[in-house]
Every structure is written in C-alpha cells, then in structure tokens.
Design a protein around this ligand. Structure first.
Ligand code: NAP
Length: 282
C-alpha cells in the first residue's frame, strides 16, 4: 500500500458529519483511496450534535472543507445549510454528500440511491424494468432506494412500522410484521431491508420476513455489520441471492469521492479497506 502524502499547507480535508460517528467505516475507505492515488487529502469524522448541524456545515464550508458526507441523524437537516440541491435530494428529501459549490457553500447530493443500484447491479445483475420489489422501511434510506428503483421501472410494495411512511413510498403497501408480508415476499423479485432492524443480535429480527423466501429472490440488507447480518444469512440459506449493505456503502462513497476529487475512484482499494475495517471490528 502506498505511503500517505505528508500533511502540509496544501492538504485538503473531507469528512463525515454524524451523531454519533466514531464507528463510521468511511474514514478508512476514503483515506485508503487518497493514499492509493497519492492525493494530498485527509478524511475525518466530525461528531456534530443535532442542535449544531447547520452551524457546523456553514463553518466547514467557511474553512474550505472540500467534501462532506452526512450520516444519521443529519441527512435532512443539512439541506437547510446548502446553497442548492440535486434532483435526487429534491425527490428523496435527504442528502448524504455535500460538494463545494464554487461560491463558498455546498451543493447537496444523494449518492445513496446510485450506490444502492450499483451494489445491486454488481452483486445480483438483472433487468429491473417491470420487476417487483418489497421495500421494508420508511426512513431516509428507504426513500433513496424507492427513488432509485422507481427510476429503473420497478413496481414497489412498501411496508413500514409507521404505515403512513410506507404509503408515501410504495405503489402498494402491506402491513408490517404480518402474514401478508410473508406472502408479499413470496411474489417479489427483490426484497430490501431498509430499516435499522438487525444492527444487533445473533438471530434474524422476527419482524423481517423469511418464510416466503424460497423462490430464489434477490435479498438486499442495507444494514452492514461485522460478519454480515443474521437475516441476510438466513435468507441466503433459503436460496435467496444476498446483497450485503457494504456494497451500497462502497458505491455511495465512490460516487462522492468522484465528485470531490474529479478522479476515478479506486473501487477495489476502497472495497478492501471497508472489508478490512469491518473485519477488524468483529
Ligand atoms: P431512519 O431514517 O432513522 O429510518 C429508520 C427505519 O427503521 C424506519 O423505517 C423505522 O421505522 C425503522 N425502524 C427503526 N427501529 C425499528 C424497530 N424497532 N422496529 C421496526 N422498524 C424500526 O434511518 P435510515 O437513514 O433510513 O437508515 C436505515 C438503516 O439503513 C440504518 O441501519 C442505516 O445504517 C442503513 N443504511 C445503510 C446504508 C449503506 O450504505 N449500506 C446507507 C444508508 C442507510 P419507523 O418509520 O416506524 O420509525
């Protein structure tokens, strides 16, 4: 692996704002990419409490920070501190990537949507047009996935603990945690967990469907953790094709990196850094 460039007066800074943020894998991924391309950049994690997020974004812009990622719980709040938003942010209502606008502020973008689709195309390539997806979740990540799938012509059946949020996302809805969810799973081509269920615990969360998964569906879990999630492992045991959330993390990061640096992201370097960092947290 190449040595990092020396930090000097020309070093450019990028980073991630979140609360908490110390467990983020993004610093390892982006710093490995900067090293691989011998870019004089560094990527830091900025813990920003919710009541200071707009102040923080304006301060980072004023200090010339050259690229920002945004994670929970700030993905909507940061938009108010940006000078403009991309079409994806307008549709999704959440931003995960801020790019300098050339006038001392940031333009807000959402690379989660493109990152999800790229990870799907990579792990389970298929013609998505006319397919049906069961999308479980109703938060920012679910909105990004719904936007991305709809752009590719997918029919979306949505389910969420708070049903009003599912109703905003889906062409149809199905009650969360019900037998109907298992039936909807059986007829879907793609099943996506975009809730935060499965972050902890050794067993698949009982609310997530498994019984309908014997038809070779593609199953994507946005949750990523050391060793993978029990739900995705159980789905794969039933014959589903698993799509790990680390792929989405990789590709949303790569899309941000390209916008900040103007360089082709070193995907395999970034993937290896993510894998090594996740394994080290086991
Ligand atoms: P969010 O806006 O806070 O939404 C959380 C979602 O999880 C909502 O649908 C919420 O339901 C549901 N939920 C939370 N606790 C639940 C429980 N006990 N029972 C049932 N449902 C529950 O978060 P987000 O930004 O959408 O992120 C969701 C997950 O995706 C997180 O784990 C995040 O780390 C992951 N993610 C991964 C990537 C990636 O690159 N792989 C990118 C973005 C997000 P309600 O609507 O009823 O509250």
């Amino acid at each position: 692996m190449s040595a990092p460039t020396a930090i000097d007066g020309r070093t450019r800074v990028a980073g991630i704002v979140g609360w908490p943020v110390e467990h983020s894998l993004s610093p390892a991924m982006h710093n490995a990419a900067f090293r691989a391309l011998s870019l004089n950049w560094r990527y830091l994690a900025f813990p920003v409490p919710p009541d200071r997020v707009e102040e923080a974004i304006r301060g980072l812009a004023a200090a010339g920070v050259a690229g920002i990622n945004v994670t929970i719980p700030h993905k909507t709040a940061v938009i108010h501190a940006c000078s403009s938003v991309s079409e994806a942010v307008r549709a999704i209502g959440a931003a995960n990537t801020l790019v300098p606008d050339g006038a001392g502020g940031y333009r807000a973008d959402n690379t989660d949507a493109a990152g999800f689709i790229r990870s799907l195309d990579e792990a389970a390539p298929m013609d998505l047009e006319g397919r049906s997806a069961l999308l479980i979740g109703g938060g920012g990540a679910a909105r990004a996935v719904a936007f991305a799938l709809r752009e590719r012509g997918v029919h979306i059946v949505a389910s969420n603990r708070t049903p009003e949020r599912a109703a905003e996302l889906g062409d149809d809805t199905v009650p969360f945690g019900s037998a109907a969810l298992d039936r909807a799973t059986a007829t879907a081509d793609l099943v996506v967990n975009a809730t935060s269920l499965g972050l902890a615990g050794d067993l698949p969360p009982p609310e997530l469907p498994l019984a309908g998964l014997a038809g070779g569906q593609v199953v994507a879990d946005l949750v990523y953790r050391a060793g993978g999630t029990p739900w995705l492992a159980a789905a794969a045991e039933r014959g589903a094709r698993p799509v790990d959330g680390l792929g989405m993390l990789l590709h949303q990061g790569a899309a941000a990196f390209a916008q900040w640096t103007g360089q082709e992201p070193p995907i395999e370097v970034m993937r290896a850094a993510l894998g090594a960092t996740r394994a080290a947290s086991e």
